[in-house]
Unconditional design. Structure first.
Length: 130
């Protein structure tokens, strides 16, 4: 979408990435992709967890100057393929419009990074953003 002369990214809540690969391969890609973007990953079990970057307290005090990012993820197992769901766990609202834009941009960058890595392995089956 375009607003004036600037391109505005579509706001999404979550992204589903379809994969045809063993679950352990998908877990490894998730771990490495988040780490490559500076996220700390906490697994809440074998198939789900949360990745965080930045500080909630600093974001509260500094607004968009000290951004906090959080993404929850879950692997849904299927018979011939699996789905990795990435859910944006914060909006960036404390940083105002600029903070919201930064969170959206970071989320889209993560989806693109994971999709690209899976594509390079020949396991990527497509993605949707909702």
């Amino acid at each position: 979408m375009t607003l004036g002369h600037r391109e505005v990214e579509k706001v999404v809540d979550y992204a589903d990435i379809a994969v045809r690969a063993p679950v352990n391969t998908l877990q490894q890609v998730v771990q490495n992709a988040f780490a490559s973007q500076g996220f700390k990953v906490e697994w809440g079990g074998a198939l789900k967890g949360k990745a965080e970057k930045g500080s909630k307290a600093a974001n509260f005090i500094g607004g968009s100057l000290a951004q906090y990012y959080a993404v929850e993820f879950e692997i849904y197992q299927g018979t011939d393929k699996h789905t990795l769901r990435l859910h944006k766990a914060n909006t960036g609202l404390m940083g105002g419009l600029w903070g919201m834009h930064k969170v959206e941009k970071q989320f889209n960058r993560l989806v693109d990074t994971i999709s690209s890595w899976l594509s390079q392995q020949g396991t990527y089956q497509g993605s949707t953003k909702q």
